[in-house]
Design a protein. Sequence first.
Length: 644
Amino acid sequence: MKNRIIVGAGLTACLAAWAAKDPVVMTVNGVNVPLSEFQYLYHKNSRQQLAPQPLDEYVGMFEIYKLKVAAAKEAGLDTLESFRNEMAQYRRELAAPYLTDSLLIKKFAEEYASRQAEEVEASHIMLFKTRDADKNRELRSRLDSIRTSLLNGGDFSEVAQNVSEDPAAKNNKGYLGYIPAGRYPYSFETAVWTLPEGVLSEVVESPVGYHLIKAGKHRKSRGKVEVSHIMTMVPRNASADQQEEAKVLIDSLYEVVSTNPAVFAEIAGKYSADPGSARQGGRLPVFGAGEMVPEFEEMSFSLKPGEISRPVRSQYGWHIINKIRNVALPDEEESEQIILRRISNPQDERAKIMKSRQTESLSSKHKGKMNEKVLGDVVAAAKENGLDSLFFARFESSAEGAAPLFTVEGKKYPVSSFIKEMEGARGISGEMSELILQNAADNYYNSKLVDAEEEWLYKTEADYRNLLNEYHDGTLLYEISVDKVWNKASSDEEGLGKFFDSHKEDYSWSEPRVKACLVQAVNDSVASEIKSMLTSRPLEAAIQMINKEFNGKAKIEKVLVAKGQNPIVDNLYYGLNSKSASSSKYPSAFLFNAKELKVPEDVSDVRGAVVSDYQNELEKEWIEELRAKYPVKVNSSQLKKVKK
């Protein structure tokens, strides 16, 4: 979203809507602070303290907070693209709970939980969708004709084998067996669960294609299982000798694991022909009905946990199955979490249903209306020639581009504004442009409806408004403080030096410290070379060169330590011996430019403390500047209304 939180006339309208009911407690540089905002932040601050902060004390802090925000705005920090993008993202995240259709989510979750309780037999004939809308209409029409012939006595299995584009249809004749809930697209699943047994569906559209579906029997769900297996491969065109060899091997492996089940994972890792599961000791992911070949599935469900099957033959070869556990069906809470994860994918059909419902609801609330005729003209133009340069030129600045594509809250959004959103699709050919443009227009329309809803939330929902304002001002406060105080204090070497020189008496130690360069080397020869380099070059340049040339052979570090803090320094400077007075990797060591300091001699000796104090000094000076620069007016009578 490129819009700021509330801008221009929108802000004026929002403020006017609730100003009368929300009196001003403070005005900072001409910007009013309403009672609700002040009270919200005061109470939040009090909850974070061990003891509630006195109101008078908090008022002073709050003034400084708003003065810094005023400085940030004057510096233009709120106009930066990075700030706008961050605020847009936060605004959408904050509005999400208000925009979520919790009733529809609950319906989907309950429906999913209900369907999980059973498995349904299903068969289908499928034709894959294309990127061409006209071709897709032909495919739907073709399936309609096939449906008519089936209703007039055609053989479903034969037609599925000859017509269906599902690759498995050549072998299964369209029969999918018993399927569990959640495995197939929502529209497909809904048709299967709602069709009476033996009834042929109308043409069903899913994200991947068009289907004719015949539902069969319903049975109680067996849930899911987790198993491990050992497999010997039998190629499709295996000779009799190859088949016999696979059978002999699987029988011998069965003798081993049935006698000693504890070695099952080891045997699977060594001998199983399924490399993916073999690496996991034969362990397979949890699966349910219809996810494995029938023979494997039936045996897996029939076993008891801990039971090992005799060799089972499938179309791929022989299997020994070790049942690990039965996996219970998800409860209502788990079902809702599953649905939430699925609808977070924009391609999920339920997500599209929710978005369509949202658009419908917000259109009614915010006087939204799509101009279908104008959209049809734009789609037709793109379909004819594609999204080429001529298409964009035609609608970007012409009278056609000025035509209103839709209206929200009385504001007309021209085609040209939508076309700017389509730049990423430039160059797409005509056969895809119809679908792309239609989806993009729906999304653009929805986004403007959501913008309108967020502005409405800002006007009417105090929690939303307060959190949004807090994040907005808090982000500006952070950015301006980084620039004016924090970064400046740590990077202003000249300022730090002057501050230290004028406050030396504030920095002291309880005991002297040794200041030096500690050099450790693999031998005396390397140490001697380093000492020569240190005495013949500037210190910082020498340290960089040593670290580069003697990497792994030596290390050099600046130290500032009191007696007893570093055994190597204690040994070299004070002559104190200890077991850790040298390193086994670097047995040769010496101190360069060593001296004992009773008090710090420069900023580097107490840099952390000086930076902190310098920050406080800069902060104090900055606040004085702000107070002198920006007028502050406190409405004491309204402050008395703040609930403590």
